[in-house]
Design a binder for this molecule. Sequence first.
Ligand code: SF4
Ligand code: SF4
Length: 119
Amino acid sequence: MTYVITERCIDVKDASCVEVCPVDCIHASEDDRMFYIDPDECIDCGACVDPCPVDAIYAEEDVPPDQQPYIEVNRLYFHDPAAARRRVAQLCPRATAGVGAGHPAAAEAAGSPAIMPEA
Ligand code: SF4
Ligand code: SF4
């Protein structure tokens, strides 16, 4: 068993989970739109679940049906990061990203005009 990060992390990516993971098995690079849990390193402690502001993390057995592809995406990332990124782009194209709504990064990713009157 492992824990799995799902779609709501996309374009939110605040790393709250990373700070609490006792075995440092949650990873992403700057190029990634979400974080991923290494299923071979995760010790199933569940510490990352509550800190996530968008409830993106599930125990593998509890991943909702529409989020099941992310079980494989998390695993794939640690073998072939480029393939995992392509899969995420397929599952959640930037132009139609509806998750993380309200977050500035998500709005920008969804194509909202970047109006910054203070700038
Ligand atoms: S369940 Fe525990 S070990 Fe696994 S990713 Fe979350 S915090 Fe890390
Ligand atoms: S806490 Fe949630 S939104 Fe933040 S990086 Fe982790 S999974 Fe993504």
